[in-house]
Design a protein around this ligand. Sequence first.
Ligand code: MN
Length: 228
Amino acid sequence: MSLKSIVLTIVIMAVLSSMSHAFDPSPLQDICVAVDDSKAAVFVNGKICKDPMKVVADDFFFSGINMPGNTSNPVGSAVTNVNVNNLPGLNTLGISLARIDYAPYGLNPPHIHPRGTELITVIEGTLYAGFVLSNPGPNMKNRLFTKILKAGDVFVFPFGLIHFQLNIGKTKAVAISRLSSQNAGVITVANAVFGSEPPINPYVLTKAFQVDKKVVDYLQSQFWWDNN
Ligand code: MN
């Protein structure tokens, strides 16, 4: 291998390793409890570390995930998130949790987690769950993967892909999800596209969805419930 190709290899490896940091950074210390203190100087992934001498056990504690969310809403589901915002000890650890409650035939509508993969476990009930691949084809283009999940079943929604769960049972359903980020985020597709503030120019949506402007006007006039 020539010196030139060795240098090129090192440069390519450096670029690839920096690209892999789209995920939460690896922890640089044992703990970094998030604190709202603008005087502290060091930000890690958007949060500041609490003085380790002031850290207490409760910084790593959350209670109430046994409590069902209120599913009396237009989509019939409720997500209870346990992430760095209400469990500050999760800061820099690259993991979080959610409880999802579904009314009979309730839907957790198509959404994306921009910063995490989701591992869902059904605790109770029966869900029809699925996710859609990205555009690049030719054979896999926007391919849909679905599965009917019962209590004890586990399913993965890969990083950044559109996914959903529908309760297909006559009874309520409950699921627990782990997400590979301290703050995975959520983009509910319908809410983001038709419920943005200010609204997206209707001409953009008319062209994008290949429908009449009346249809876009109707969709933009709806109230888009956020189940998170
Ligand atoms: Mn999800």
